[in-house]
Design a protein around this ligand. Sequence first.
Ligand code: APR
Length: 232
Amino acid sequence: MEKIVILTGAGISAESGLSTFRDEGGLWAQHRIEDVATPEGFARDPALVQGFYNARRVQASKVQPNAAHEALARLQRDWPGDVVIVTQNVDSLHEAGGAKDVIHMHGTLAGALCSACGHRWTAPPEMAVGESCPACARPTARPDVVWFGEMPYFMDEIYDHLASASLFAAIGTSGQVYPAAAFVHEAQAAGARTIEINLEPSPGTSGFDERLVGKATQTVPRWVGHLLAPHT
Ligand code: APR
């Protein structure tokens, strides 16, 4: 049965109340990437970086999944083949919406990472500067989020899924950050049909076979309903 691989971005969580990055008034309009989303920025000012992720972690814990998250969970449950969700998002709204085995290629706000020994644990709501690693006791705790200049997680697994996809969908992403922005080409090279679902066509929209334009809470349930119709 056809395998569906779905890539999501910040746009799918926008209607749950979480800012996107590059839209008007988005996170990158309020903060400098160099200061809060690079290893160099963390070395320079760990208090600023921990503060940035603490605020996002607290905010993310207060919001609910929306109809788009729930529709993807339904697709995963009811589609007769595999449905793999890869997200660039660090919130846990896919899981809160019922999705399983979500691949967080940019990490999660819910996780903490020791930059000395690599140990991972559940992050407290507010991480302190110099927080100690529960495994090696060194003061080297950081948010388990992938920063610019760092390698995203689970790339081999993701490429395997793209190579065996029949249908690839990119939802709520501006397609400006690599390697995620190139997934459409990987999937197409493997013979998959491709669709972009976004509030507006992204700069890379011509790379897709189809597109659905509109708010995710409207477009995604409609798209899922269309896919599942022959199977329900
Ligand atoms: N429904 C659907 N799409 C939406 C909605 C909505 N309600 N609101 C915004 N969008 C779309 C925007 O049009 C935009 O194309 O979501 C996209 C969000 O793009 P970005 O802010 O660039 O977010 P994203 O693509 O996820 O960023 C990728 O960049 O900053 C890094 O690591 C960070 O994971 C992030 C990566």
